[in-house]
Design a protein around this ligand. Sequence first.
Ligand code: NAP
Length: 250
Amino acid sequence: MPTSAGEAVAVPVGWRVMSTLGTLGAGHIGSTVARLALEAGYDVVLSNSRGPDTLRDLVTDLGPRARAGTAQEAAAADLVLVTVPFARYRDLDPDLLSGRVVLDTMNYYPERDGRVPELDEHRTTTSAMLQQHAPGARVVKTFSGIRWDHLGDLAQPSGAEDRSTLLVAGDDAEAKERAASFLDAIGYDALDAGSLAESWRFENGQPAYTAAYVRDGQTGRVVGEVEGVPADAARLRDLLGRADRGLVLP
Ligand SMILES: NC(=O)c1ccc[n+]([C@@H]2O[C@H](COP(=O)([O-])OP(=O)(O)OC[C@H]3O[C@@H](n4cnc5c(N)ncnc54)[C@H](OP(=O)(O)O)[C@@H]3O)[C@@H](O)[C@H]2O)c1
């Protein structure tokens, strides 16, 4: 059942046909999502820019159901995680992403990625830019608004009282449901944050950006060693409601 912004994304009953996750990028977020997916019974193919050999230690650490592959091998998985520095998304071959449900974790950090005028001028969003680069991809923005350490720490089984919610945004309702199904399997509920055009509401610099998962009172980017705390849908709705495109990135 398609959802609208502000609604929980339901997980269709019995819809657990996806069994492999591929990652383009295998750093903090890529390896954390990989670990959660492996714990949930997925097979995982990780890739990076330097080639599978450079991921040998990581896949050994992750265990026998993880393997390192090429971008082509990773992108052939049921679900594809795009988790590279934002400035690098144009390096990814759009053909590999065509027809794939793509979970986009990327954030724009001008100090790392360089200035991007269309983002600074609020003409688009980071995920809409990925979608434009790979028109055949079924892009869903998620994982981008939680820090990797909190993501690893806060996963809880379905129904747990202290289960956290992650935001999902996208233009393809079924892809969003597939993303929600994956999130459910790895330990999170999903809240619909609207379309890719609306996904600026949890981009870097917005109140809902990473601060949902620390003690109430802080909004915006979380830095330093801060304990992660669970955040439910109500907390995320509240922070999303405080989104303001006039906020300026440092
Ligand atoms: N860190 C967080 O807490 C966090 C939270 C939410 C979202 N994010 C966002 O998620 C993305 C990844 O963040 P991260 O912290 O995981 O970064 P990271 O630790 O620096 O890892 C980046 C990964 O991307 C790979 N990579 C770089 N260029 C590539 C390319 N052209 N093709 C394929 N792989 C490439 C790197 O591999 P090589 O070393 O081989 O280049 C590395 O495995 C960023 O956009 C970030 O803003 C991060």
